[in-house]
Design a binder for this molecule. Sequence first.
Ligand SMILES: [Zn+2]
Length: 42
Amino acid sequence: MEARKAANRKLAGHFSEDEFACRCCGMVIVHSRLVEKLENLR
Ligand SMILES: [Zn+2]
């Protein structure tokens, strides 16, 4: 799990950090396992 400022760059495949950024503070909360699952869905 990562928590850092959104850098507006690609995380994995089709997802950018912006899509995971908190709406209020812009912190990115990403579970790498979640990203893998999302990739499988797309
Ligand atoms: Zn926030």
